[in-house]
Design a protein. Structure first.
Length: 351
């Protein structure tokens, strides 16, 4: 098998950590023949090409399906450039973002969570990009906003949530505040209930979003898949990753779907930013970027899925053995941690 992965280069530590992940994906380590098609999405090149490079990268994602993206800089003072993530999402019709919190050996957790919790977030619409305006003046001034979601996007979130839970042996948990918003948020609840009927063997425990937050702190240890609207999912992702003690143990996947709800494009990245204070210091933690690469591999094919499992296990075994970067109270450099993951992955696959 020879698969092409679209490599979306980035800025500062984002690019440095991408290169570490690519070291792990080297065929000499994995035995999987991969071709990398690179696009420079650094701020300088986006300026120089007036975002044409982002358009080309999106076209490549649609052609080759698989992408691995470094963190990039978005500047508020250059609205013409915009966010490369938002532009890519729009061009490939990215509908769902998945982020999974999981236990990191030796890292204290909140509320004693230990089973994985995946947030399946609607990647478009809702409060993001909503039309906003104000009327009146002084204390009589009124602010308005028009949010928008579609049934197609609701169905994508619901369908993937149940398929993902089936794949993980997890429970679909939570949901929108449909009691307060039966028309708007109720649309997602309708699609979740319909998906539950299509997947009767998948456990389903619907909860209102406020109850979801509260019950997460008393989670008895079930593996969970939590479907959410765009802003709810954004907030839940931040909470859940911190419940596990660090954002380092999670990857972020942007997904688009075909008409049968099969995956059309999978773009993986780390959920964190470019960490300019760590740039060129060889201190940043490459865990999330390596886990993103492994998560991407898990969708490429059966042999690649075996390799993905080996890489993921190697990452957490390295941490358990005390090979950690400074953010996890260790002394390993970025490259030293990657070296350890490569050594352990190679050993697993050789055996």
């Amino acid at each position: 098998m020879n698969s092409t992965i679209v490599i979306l280069e980035g800025d500062q530590t984002g690019q440095e950590l991408l290169e570490e992940a690519l070291r792990v994906l080297d065929p000499a380590v994995t035995g999987v023949a991969l071709t990398f098609k690179r696009f420079d999405l650094s701020l300088g090149n986006r300026r120089a090409t007036k975002n044409r490079v982002v358009e080309e990268a999106a076209e490549a994602l649609l052609a080759y399906r698989f992408g691995l993206k470094a963190a990039t800089i978005t500047t508020e003072g250059e609205p013409d450039l915009g966010s490369p993530n938002a532009l890519l999402r729009e061009r490939v019709d990215g509908t769902v973002i998945v982020r999974t919190g999981r236990r990191i050996p030796g890292v204290p957790t909140l509320a004693n969570v230990y089973a994985p919790i995946a947030i399946v977030r609607m990647a478009v619409g809702d409060a993001y990009g909503a039309k906003e305006w104000r009327e009146g003046e002084g204390l009589s001034q009124v602010a308005y906003r028009i949010d928008r979601i579609t049934r197609r996007h609701c169905r994508a979130v619901a369908e993937f949530s149940f398929r993902h839970a089936e794949r993980l042996g997890a429970k679909v948990f939570g949901g929108p505040k449909y009691t307060v918003s039966p028309i708007y948020e109720g649309m997602l609840k309708e699609e979740l209930d319909a998906a539950a009927a299509r997947y009767p063997h998948v456990r389903y425990e619907p909860q209102l979003i406020d109850a979801t937050y509260a019950l997460l702190l008393a989670n008895p240890g079930d593996a969970l898949v939590i479907p959410a609207l765009n802003r709810d999912g954004d907030c839940l992702s931040d909470l859940v990753l911190q419940m596990f003690g660090s954002i380092a143990g999670a990857e972020s996947l942007l997904l688009s779907f075909d008409e049968s709800w099969n995956l059309r494009v999978i773009m993986a990245e780390a959920p964190h930013g470019t960490a300019p204070s760590l740039f060129r210091k060889n201190l940043a933690n490459p865990m999330a970027m390596i886990l993103a690469a492994a998560a991407l591999l898990s969708y490429i094919g059966s042999r690649a899925a075996v390799v993905a499992q080996a890489i993921t296990e190697a990452v957490f075994e390295a941490v358990c053995a005390g090979v950690r970067t400074a953010d996890l109270k260790g002394h390993a450099t970025t490259t030293e941690f990657t070296d350890e993951v490569i050594k352990r992955t190679h050993a697993k696959l050789t055996i």
